[in-house]
Design a protein around this ligand. Structure first.
Ligand SMILES: Nc1ncnc2c1ncn2[C@@H]1O[C@H](COP(=O)(O)OP(=O)(O)OP(=O)(O)O)[C@@H](O)[C@H]1O
Ligand SMILES: [Mg+2]
Length: 363
């Protein structure tokens, strides 16, 4: 049974439908992310779950208890929803020690002194910060300060943690480190997390499941690998990871494989879940699905740009009027201006106008 259950949640701001019939359920111990571009409605959805925003329609349940039901005008205030929250602009009190920061919500609730000491010690263990209780935030690193903010959210033993871009104020290196730490903290605490981010790398790396949002709607709700490999819509395909398109014509559909024509060349790929009806299609493929071959096969092209990515090279290759991106291991070193031949091992097929229709089916 879901710890958080959101059903057909709708929230409007004037004419803007910030959340449009949003539904999802978060399981126990699940790391669940809302992912999407700026303005797609992630924060609005999270704030509705928190009770900081009152929706216009739908229902919300937390730990088996209805906290919002539009039809019955039920709207439980945030402090009675048993949630822990951390936002982008996480505020730890600079004048309080680590201990006092984490104890603060417990003091407000008039929890007894021995119980506070016990609870703070437990939270510090989860955060791997035992021994730092007397420090002030100014004596901590950015990542440690962030953990204190998490600690405060954990203090009251919430049913769920709501995190809105909590890592976006950290520098790239620290952010990557905190991703792993956050996962470990979640394992230790055993809490489900509702995580909001516009950073797809972050969402792919950390989540058990992701709901990808576009203009207030969930386009795809699935585990990261499925979102990446079988994106439901053109929007999800384009938003997640890197992808390039090649306009082709369907030559033959023979069960397991589909044969495409691009200029004089033939391309054969495993049949994707969705093959548009018409003959004209866009072949969408990730950079790692392309590779270079020696003379004879593949599609002829010219390297226009090479960039080094440590573990590999990324090549922008001009193929007629379009450009594709090819990712190779770092021992395949070719020069800009060189002619190459490229083959693709798999891809998805879209309607030719799909890129102007975010909701167009992709897989
Ligand atoms: N208080 C508000 N008043 C009016 N419009 C709002 C309000 N809050 C959000 N909106 C609008 O609702 C839409 C969704 O906003 P929201 O903050 O949920 O987006 P988001 O996905 O969190 O974006 P970001 O990644 O930039 O944080 C946007 O069009 C936004 O302008
Ligand atoms: Mg936001």
């Amino acid at each position: 049974m879901g710890v958080v259950k959101v059903e057909r949640l709708t929230k409007r701001f004037g004419k803007v439908v910030a959340a449009d019939e949003v539904s999802f359920e978060i399981a126990e111990r699940e790391f669940f992310s809302l992912l999407g571009p700026s303005g797609c409605g992630k924060t609005t959805t999270l704030r509705c779950v928190a009770g900081l925003e009152t929706a216009d329609a739908g229902t919300i349940e937390i730990a088996g208890r209805p906290v919002y039901r539009a039809a019955e005008r039920l709207d439980v205030p945030p402090n009675e929803r048993n949630i822990g929250m951390v936002f982008q602009s996480y505020a730890v009190w600079p004048h309080m020690t680590v201990f006092e920061n984490i104890a603060y919500p417990l003091r407000i609730r008039k929890v007894s002194q021995p119980r506070i000491a016990e609870r703070v010690a437990h939270v510090l263990r989860i955060l791997s910060m035992t021994g730092l209780e007397q420090r002030r935030p100014s004596q901590l690193s950015g990542g440690q300060q962030q953990r204190v903010a998490l600690g405060r959210a954990l203090a009251l033993e919430p049913s769920v943690l709501l995190l809105d871009e909590p890592l976006s104020n950290l520098d790239a290196k620290l952010r990557e480190q905190m991703r792993a730490e956050l996962k470990l903290i979640q394992r230790e605490s055993g809490l489900p997390i509702l995580y909001v981010t516009h950073d797809q790398t972050e969402a792919l790396a950390m989540s058990d499941r992701i709901a990808v949002m576009c203009a207030g709607r969930i386009h795809h709700l699935a585990p990261p690998e499925e979102i990446y490999r079988r994106p439901a819509t053109a929007f999800v395909l384009d938003f997640i990871g890197s992808v390039t398109y090649l306009p082709c014509r369907v030559e033959a559909r023979n069960g397991a494989r589909v044969t495409l024509r691009w200029r004089e060349a033939t391309i054969t790929v495993p049949s994707p879940p969705h093959v548009p009806r018409g003959p004209d299609v866009l072949l969408a493929a990730r950079p790692e699905s392309w590779r270079f071959v020696g003379d004879g096969g593949g599609l002829p092209g010219t390297i226009v740009l090479r960039s080094f990515h440590g573990s590999g090279f990324e090549y922008h290759v001009r193929l007629g009027e379009t450009e594709i991106t090819v990712m190779t291991p770092n021992d395949i070193r070719l020069n800009e201006g060189e002619t190459v031949r490229a083959v693709v091992s798999e891809g998805l097929l879209l309607e030719p106008d799909a890129l102007s229709r975010p909701e167009a089916r992709a897989a």
